[in-house]
Ligand binder design. Structure first.
Ligand SMILES: Nc1ncnc2c1ncn2[C@@H]1O[C@H](COP(=O)(O)OP(=O)(O)OP(=O)(O)O)[C@@H](O)[C@H]1O
Length: 213
């Protein structure tokens, strides 16, 4: 279980964005997180992925407190939680090829970098894998970002508006990849979206960010 408990978090001194939010993401479930723009969905996703440290409250993985780790997160904990963002370009190093971008977390973990099956699944050809981010479309880059997040076989995956900028068929294709991979590994998925129709199709259950406080 990946949990946030009584999380108070914001960006500047003053009003927090979330004032005491709690959420439990179980292994194997797709939990939708809905709510209007600016309500703190991405902030909570970043807290769960240990990219943003809460002012108070705790994040735990199977009951162990992992709140304080932040940049010093042990590699096995970092590997356990993946995240895909809405906008792929700021999330990648523009100097790397797509193949290097996808392999990077495996190399960082000292694991053999076999990504062939995964890149096939997300629909990237060998030729596309040799290109750099400025030579591919946003949709192709997002496919690479999804492959990068799935490559270390995370136990939990935060999909933060992963498909918001994609067309309907690419959205369906990427959701299918997430579903297939996460079913295999019993991965828990937090699907953040303001698209209620998408959450209706994709999520096992959905919560509204206002219900978490
Ligand atoms: N880096 C930042 N610095 C300062 N304030 C921020 C930062 N990121 C987000 N915020 C503020 O925190 C609040 C919550 O933002 P957040 O992105 O978590 O909401 P959201 O529900 O994911 O919105 P959206 O659906 O538009 O992505 C907003 O008021 C936003 O302006």
């Amino acid at each position: 279980m990946l949990s946030a408990k009584d999380v108070v978090v914001g960006y500047r001194r003053g009003e927090p964005v979330l004032d005491g939010a709690s959420i439990d993401l179980a292994a194997g479930e797709v939990l939708g997180l809905a709510g209007p723009s600016g309500s703190g969905k991405s902030t909570l996703g970043r807290v769960l992925a240990l990219l943003h440290r809460p002012w108070s409250g705790r994040v735990s993985l199977d009951g162990s407190d992992i709140t304080g780790f932040r940049h010093r997160t042990p590699p096995e904990t970092r590997k356990a939680i993946g995240i895909v963002f809405q906008h792929p370009r700021p999330a990648v190093d523009p100097r790397f090829t797509l193949r290097d971008i996808i392999s990077e977390p495996l190399l960082a973990a000292g694991e053999p970098g076999e990504i062939g099956a995964l890149t096939d699944e997300v629909g990237l050809t060998d030729e596309l894998l040799t290109r750099r981010p400025h030579e591919v479309s946003d949709g192709q880059l997002q496919r690479a970002c999804l492959a990068r997040a799935l490559a270390p076989r995370p136990r939990y995956l935060v999909c933060d508006e992963m498909t918001a900028m994609l067309d309907a068929s690419t959205t369906a294709a990427l959701v299918r990849v997430v579903d297939r991979r996460t079913r295999e590994d019993d991965t828990g998925v937090l699907a953040i979206s303001h698209d209620e129709a998408l959450l209706e199709r994709w999520a096992d259950r959905a919560v509204h960010v206002a219900e978490l406080v």
